[in-house]
Design a protein around this ligand. Structure first.
Ligand code: PKZ
Length: 130
Protein backbone atom coordinates (compact mmCIF):
# COMPACT_ATOMS: atom_id res chain seq x y z
CA UNK A 1 0.00 0.00 0.00
CA UNK A 2 1.35 3.41 -0.94
CA UNK A 3 1.98 5.71 2.01
CA UNK A 4 0.73 9.28 1.69
CA UNK A 5 3.79 10.61 3.50
CA UNK A 6 6.96 8.98 4.72
CA UNK A 7 7.39 11.57 7.48
CA UNK A 8 6.44 9.75 10.71
CA UNK A 9 5.78 12.91 12.70
CA UNK A 10 2.42 14.75 12.76
CA UNK A 11 2.54 18.44 11.88
CA UNK A 12 0.82 21.03 14.04
CA UNK A 13 -1.28 20.94 17.17
CA UNK A 14 -3.48 18.08 18.26
CA UNK A 15 -6.95 19.53 17.64
CA UNK A 16 -9.15 16.44 18.01
CA UNK A 17 -8.90 12.80 19.04
CA UNK A 18 -11.69 10.36 18.32
CA UNK A 19 -12.39 6.64 17.96
CA UNK A 20 -13.87 5.46 14.65
CA UNK A 21 -17.14 3.65 15.43
CA UNK A 22 -19.22 1.14 13.44
CA UNK A 23 -21.80 3.87 12.71
CA UNK A 24 -19.05 5.75 10.79
CA UNK A 25 -18.33 2.86 8.43
CA UNK A 26 -19.56 1.93 4.97
CA UNK A 27 -21.16 -1.37 3.97
CA UNK A 28 -17.71 -3.00 3.70
CA UNK A 29 -16.82 -2.14 7.29
CA UNK A 30 -14.26 0.52 6.42
CA UNK A 31 -14.56 4.05 7.75
CA UNK A 32 -16.41 6.36 5.36
CA UNK A 33 -14.24 9.11 3.84
CA UNK A 34 -16.99 11.70 4.16
CA UNK A 35 -17.05 11.18 7.92
CA UNK A 36 -13.29 11.73 8.02
CA UNK A 37 -13.61 15.00 6.04
CA UNK A 38 -16.33 16.13 8.39
CA UNK A 39 -14.12 15.45 11.46
CA UNK A 40 -11.22 17.27 9.78
CA UNK A 41 -13.50 20.25 9.39
CA UNK A 42 -14.40 20.11 13.09
CA UNK A 43 -10.71 19.95 14.05
CA UNK A 44 -9.73 22.80 11.72
CA UNK A 45 -12.66 24.93 12.83
CA UNK A 46 -11.58 24.55 16.44
CA UNK A 47 -8.09 25.90 15.70
CA UNK A 48 -9.29 28.59 13.28
CA UNK A 49 -12.00 29.95 15.56
CA UNK A 50 -9.53 30.24 18.44
CA UNK A 51 -7.12 32.13 16.21
CA UNK A 52 -9.87 34.33 14.74
CA UNK A 53 -11.46 34.76 18.18
CA UNK A 54 -14.93 33.89 17.02
CA UNK A 55 -17.09 32.45 14.31
CA UNK A 56 -15.51 31.08 11.14
CA UNK A 57 -16.86 29.41 7.98
CA UNK A 58 -15.13 26.85 5.78
CA UNK A 59 -14.69 28.43 2.36
CA UNK A 60 -12.46 25.87 0.61
CA UNK A 61 -10.98 22.39 0.95
CA UNK A 62 -8.30 21.24 -1.47
CA UNK A 63 -8.18 17.80 -3.07
CA UNK A 64 -7.58 14.80 -0.86
CA UNK A 65 -6.26 11.28 -1.20
CA UNK A 66 -7.25 8.42 1.06
CA UNK A 67 -4.17 6.20 0.99
CA UNK A 68 -4.73 3.99 4.03
CA UNK A 69 -8.05 2.35 4.98
CA UNK A 70 -9.28 3.15 8.47
CA UNK A 71 -10.73 0.20 10.40
CA UNK A 72 -13.54 0.47 12.92
CA UNK A 73 -12.01 1.04 16.36
CA UNK A 74 -9.04 3.05 15.08
CA UNK A 75 -7.90 5.81 17.38
CA UNK A 76 -7.67 8.87 15.15
CA UNK A 77 -5.72 12.03 15.87
CA UNK A 78 -6.43 15.22 13.93
CA UNK A 79 -3.58 17.72 13.76
CA UNK A 80 -3.96 21.27 12.49
CA UNK A 81 -1.15 23.50 11.33
CA UNK A 82 -1.73 27.14 10.37
CA UNK A 83 0.01 27.91 7.07
CA UNK A 84 -1.12 31.48 6.40
CA UNK A 85 -3.22 34.13 8.05
CA UNK A 86 -4.72 36.70 5.70
CA UNK A 87 -6.99 39.67 6.27
CA UNK A 88 -10.00 37.50 7.06
CA UNK A 89 -8.85 34.01 6.09
CA UNK A 90 -6.81 31.24 7.68
CA UNK A 91 -5.17 28.61 5.49
CA UNK A 92 -4.57 25.42 7.44
CA UNK A 93 -3.13 21.96 6.90
CA UNK A 94 -5.21 19.31 8.65
CA UNK A 95 -3.66 15.85 8.98
CA UNK A 96 -5.32 12.64 10.18
CA UNK A 97 -3.19 10.03 11.93
CA UNK A 98 -4.31 6.54 12.92
CA UNK A 99 -2.68 5.11 16.00
CA UNK A 100 -1.48 1.55 15.67
CA UNK A 101 -2.08 0.20 19.15
CA UNK A 102 -0.39 -3.12 18.37
CA UNK A 103 2.88 -1.52 17.28
CA UNK A 104 2.89 1.68 19.34
CA UNK A 105 3.14 3.79 16.21
CA UNK A 106 0.86 5.82 14.03
CA UNK A 107 0.55 6.54 10.35
CA UNK A 108 -0.93 9.30 8.31
CA UNK A 109 -4.30 8.47 6.80
CA UNK A 110 -4.98 11.65 4.87
CA UNK A 111 -4.43 15.39 4.84
CA UNK A 112 -5.96 18.43 3.20
CA UNK A 113 -5.61 22.17 3.18
CA UNK A 114 -8.65 24.00 4.50
CA UNK A 115 -9.40 27.70 4.21
CA UNK A 116 -11.54 29.23 6.94
CA UNK A 117 -12.90 32.77 6.87
CA UNK A 118 -13.69 34.82 9.95
CA UNK A 119 -17.30 36.00 9.81
CA UNK A 120 -19.49 38.12 12.03
CA UNK A 121 -22.94 37.26 13.36
CA UNK A 122 -24.47 38.31 10.02
CA UNK A 123 -22.17 36.01 8.05
CA UNK A 124 -20.04 38.86 6.67
CA UNK A 125 -16.27 38.60 6.60
CA UNK A 126 -14.40 40.31 9.38
CA UNK A 127 -10.74 41.13 9.96
CA UNK A 128 -8.81 38.59 12.04
CA UNK A 129 -7.51 40.36 15.17
CA UNK A 130 -3.73 40.54 15.30
C1 PKZ B 1 -15.01 9.94 0.06
C2 PKZ B 1 -15.12 11.43 0.27
C3 PKZ B 1 -16.48 11.90 0.00
C4 PKZ B 1 -16.65 13.28 0.42
C5 PKZ B 1 -18.09 13.59 0.37
C6 PKZ B 1 -18.37 14.69 1.24
C7 PKZ B 1 -19.44 14.33 2.16
C8 PKZ B 1 -19.06 14.65 3.54
C9 PKZ B 1 -19.21 16.08 3.80
C10 PKZ B 1 -18.25 16.51 4.80
C11 PKZ B 1 -18.10 17.97 4.64
C12 PKZ B 1 -17.36 18.52 5.73
C13 PKZ B 1 -16.94 19.91 5.41
C14 PKZ B 1 -17.93 20.80 5.92
C15 PKZ B 1 -17.58 22.25 5.40
C16 PKZ B 1 -18.66 22.93 5.41
O1 PKZ B 1 -19.59 23.04 6.18
S1 PKZ B 1 -18.75 24.15 4.03
C17 PKZ B 1 -20.21 24.98 4.27
C18 PKZ B 1 -20.03 26.05 5.31
N1 PKZ B 1 -19.42 27.18 4.73
C19 PKZ B 1 -20.17 28.20 4.31
O2 PKZ B 1 -21.38 28.20 4.38
C20 PKZ B 1 -19.40 29.35 3.75
C21 PKZ B 1 -20.12 29.92 2.56
N2 PKZ B 1 -19.36 31.01 2.03
C22 PKZ B 1 -19.59 32.29 2.39
O3 PKZ B 1 -20.50 32.60 3.14
C23 PKZ B 1 -18.69 33.33 1.81
O4 PKZ B 1 -17.86 32.72 0.84
C24 PKZ B 1 -17.79 34.00 2.90
C25 PKZ B 1 -17.13 32.98 3.83
C26 PKZ B 1 -18.62 34.98 3.73
C27 PKZ B 1 -16.66 34.76 2.20
O5 PKZ B 1 -17.26 35.61 1.28
P1 PKZ B 1 -16.42 36.08 0.02
O6 PKZ B 1 -17.30 36.94 -0.81
O7 PKZ B 1 -15.75 34.92 -0.61
O8 PKZ B 1 -15.35 37.03 0.73
P2 PKZ B 1 -14.02 37.55 0.13
O9 PKZ B 1 -13.80 38.88 0.81
O10 PKZ B 1 -13.98 37.47 -1.35
O11 PKZ B 1 -12.93 36.52 0.65
C28 PKZ B 1 -12.69 36.44 2.03
C29 PKZ B 1 -11.38 35.70 2.22
O12 PKZ B 1 -11.57 34.34 1.84
C30 PKZ B 1 -10.61 33.98 0.86
N3 PKZ B 1 -11.26 33.05 -0.04
C31 PKZ B 1 -12.51 33.13 -0.54
N4 PKZ B 1 -12.77 32.08 -1.33
C32 PKZ B 1 -11.66 31.30 -1.31
C33 PKZ B 1 -11.32 30.07 -1.92
N5 PKZ B 1 -12.16 29.41 -2.71
N6 PKZ B 1 -10.09 29.56 -1.68
C34 PKZ B 1 -9.22 30.20 -0.87
N7 PKZ B 1 -9.51 31.38 -0.25
C35 PKZ B 1 -10.70 31.92 -0.49
C36 PKZ B 1 -10.22 35.29 0.18
O13 PKZ B 1 -8.93 35.19 -0.40
C37 PKZ B 1 -10.24 36.24 1.37
O14 PKZ B 1 -9.05 36.09 2.14
P3 PKZ B 1 -8.39 37.35 2.93
O15 PKZ B 1 -7.59 38.10 1.94
O16 PKZ B 1 -9.49 38.20 3.51
O17 PKZ B 1 -7.57 36.73 4.01
Amino acid sequence: MQEIDKDPVPTGELALKITALPRDSNSFGDIYGGWLVSQMDVAGTSTASRLARGRVATVAIDRMGFMVPVPVGAQLAFHSHVLEVGRSSVKMLVEVWSEDLAHEGSRKVTEAIFVFVAIDDRGRTRVIPS
